[in-house]
Design a protein around this ligand. Sequence first.
Ligand code: IPE
Ligand code: IPE
Ligand code: MG
Length: 255
Amino acid sequence: MGFFKNLFIKEDRRTDLEKIDPEKIPKHIAIIMDGNGRWAKKRSLPRSAGHKAGVEALREVIKTCSNLNVQYLTLYAFSTENWKRPEEEVSALMNLLVYYLRNEIQELNENNVRINTLGDINKLPNTALIEIEAAQKLTRNNTGLTVNIALNYGGRLEIINAVKSICIKVINKEIEVDQIDERYFSDHLYTKNVPDPDLVIRPSGELRISNFLLWQIAYSEFWFSKIFWPDFNGEYLVEAILDYQGRDRRYGGAK
Ligand code: IPE
Ligand code: IPE
Ligand code: MG
């Protein structure tokens, strides 16, 4: 069956995959890629080795999402708080981003993947900005999976920026205060035109949101796992999707 083609799932776990209802695939999956440092520590490796291993996991997750016809995948790669880390780690992460985009962009493009970013990216080093721009330009007309990479992203900063730009419009009398509703506000976020995440995945055992998509997750379903991000793979993704498909999303309504 075409639906199962090229999925990175071991033969003995294919039964799980077959349980997935293709009609109820989450449109938008958001992932907090966490646990790289602890994965490395467990192996007495430097934290940068954990980040590198995290990229391998990412490759498989993107392919699996693409093959399952997920429409949006948002990846938390670097938060506004991650600048607090040692300079050496920050620069290893930025170099990894450059390396990743440079090496993967052709294949992503051939697979109809569109690359976008969320966050205040202008604070990133120039080398990273050049690769991001090239990746966005190359893939902008693709119609398959959209991968949003959250870089220098903070949910609170995003909301503050939206408030500021709306205030300016009010001051300039472009809009009336009463015109501001949820839809209007959403259109001033980085995620303009992106539906809210259906499913948020956080590996690594932490049970918190760490300033990720604060506005957008109002009615998202959550899936937590103790697995460190570099050990994450297509099978865990299938597990999360199956769990999601069994949830009853009521949005405040009565059953
Ligand atoms: C996630 O892994 C990667 C980034 C935040 C960039 P961590 O580096 O946070 O790994 P832990 O949480 O220390 O294990
Ligand atoms: C969240 O992980 C940010 C990313 C995965 C990019 P952190 O490791 O920064 O979050 P905390 O510090 O555990 O909350
Ligand atoms: Mg962490």
